[in-house]
Design a protein. Sequence first.
Length: 737
Amino acid sequence: MTTHNAKTVGTSVSRVDGAAKVTGQARYAAEHMNERTPLIGWVVSSDTAVGEITSLNTEQAEQADGVHAVITYKNAGPLKPFSKPADESRFTQSRAVLNEPHIRHFGAPVALVIADTLEQARYAASLVSYTINGSTPDLLTEFDDATQKPESLDGGFEADASSGNKPQQSDIRASVHTTYTTPSQISAAMEPHTTVADFKDGKLEVYCSVQIIATAVEALAITLEMDPENIVVQSPFVGGGFGSKLGLHYDATLACIGARHLERAVKVVLSRRQVFYNTPHRGHSTQQINLASGDDHALLSVQHKSAMPKAKGYEFAEATGAGARVTYKSQFIESTHRVKDVDLPLIDSTRSPGDAIGSLAFESAIDELAHEAGIDPLAFRIKNLPVVHPMKGTRFTTHNLGECLRQGAQNFKWQHKAQPTPGKQIGHGVASAMRMNVLVESSAEVELSATGEVTVRTDMTDIGTGTYTILTQIAADTLNTSVDNVTVKLGDSRYPASCGSGGSFGAASSGSAVKKACEALIANIKSSLPPALSQAEVHISDGQIKLQPSAQSNIDTTTEAHLLDDFISHSDFPLSASGKVSEDDTSDDEQYSCGAHFAEVEVDEYTGEVRLLRQYGMFSAGQILNMKTAASQIKGGMVWGAGYALTEGIHHHTDTASFVNPDFGEYHVAVNRDISEVSLDFLQEPDYAASPVGAKGIGELGITGAGAAIANAIFDACKVRVRDFPITMDKIIAGKN
């Protein structure tokens, strides 16, 4: 009797949903086909940042061909006020819109026109007229204007933290006192935010693009003042989210309002410009950093102060100083965060909140200090690595940043630059990456058919990261069966509740729940076996339950087969079991994924044009569940980091609080022409203190530090330090002059 010994976790299994995606069988939200053909909703957007609607005329729009309804605050139906109740999390609070005449930000919905076709809806929307009595919008333009201390920061960090004693001035050998700024940024997911909602007989079915299913149900129930038992949310395929789809946004609320009003199916797809205004963006930051080192280049002082905007009525603040608190040891560490309430669209999670932009500033400043101290920036980082948490003194489950830096430098060939061509300058840069790991409560169920097919169900989502594939691998390996025998079903609120996708916690949390469910299934089968077979190892092979006898067993194979057949014939298939993980399944020690980024750039001596020659990274994130999907996530983050360093930024119109560049024509994400060679390696070291599957977060590690490595490489090339991101040609030329 053979067993299935070929383990797949840690290998490069191709995406199990790949064929469905490339053949169009994987239906994203906008492609969902209801039993009832959905009507099309189009949003009428405000041209004023903040104020009260004083007149609103929808008569012409209502009489246009194909129009079924024009929804405004006058007829939207019962809605709980936006961001209420206050004691709910921001993902379950009301997402109300069109519930009052007050306009909270530029681009906010004034009305929703619902028609038979997109063309009819857009035309009718142009017939809606309105007047808004606007007021001067509040914005954050000066560091000192941010005076509000957040109650807490994203990730559960305290707004302010301090440890140790300030060094004596006589002990300081080198110091840096500098300020860095980063612009507002958008997630720019490939799939725009979309919802198809159908309301019938008091029940609401929602097919949308969202990262966390369970909180979406709660948010809709609170917003629409409905019983959550009457709401089903499905999101089996998500075309990127990066934090912007952690919660529901106006597309979902509007589609549901329209569906409830008409008792029909309604589809709302946000245009790209509407995505900029009606979904979250990352706020701009000003970061003041003071660093000092002493004898032997030991860090003596790390001070990081952050100022950022916060959208009015929405509690979210980024922990931009998180990296400054943990990456390097120092005699004194101080980190503070202040915000100001502003009249802007939602400010919320964008990939690697806090660390993505915090590392841009902090890792650049670390390079500045190394330069002032006259030490190689790689050696300076290695010199100041901590053994325990620098502020708390607590242990790490694992801490491989030093190995990432050393081995990464060797693989990158840190000391060997490319040969420059005339008029070009070559530079190398390095930056560290630290990203906190958490295990979030998740559940899953697994079902085994009489013919050996395994079905896994959890409301976990796949936002393009490979969740379908890694959960298939975990189930197959735990049950000793082939991945071909496993079907994973995701993204349905009728399945067991999971953590959802986000915060780099999805794979380890949902994967551990699946592992526990499979282990429970095996335990259930073993406990039901005749006593004579209780020591055998259970596995599923060739569509059948099979046993691997223990060395202590003295039962012959014929008797064993007879007993097993008898067990199977009397079993009530399908057999099923559930699994759940929580914070109790992880260590109290400090958990971090880490990595080292390296970059080589070429800077034109005369024009300041920057060309990326290569990016390389070495990363440690516990057990790598799938080498191919993990590398894909990291590479995407590294490319995004290049965009943060060189091209990306929302420009604000200070008079109107509008965005000057709310589309991909003017908001410049990195494209193929901007990127050259991108490569990486992983340190494979399972961390079972962090999660039952040994994995830690990886989704946000690729972007953290990537941009700083490029910024440091630019300085190494042309000796110009740009502290106002992104680093563009004009800023380099100004620095040279």
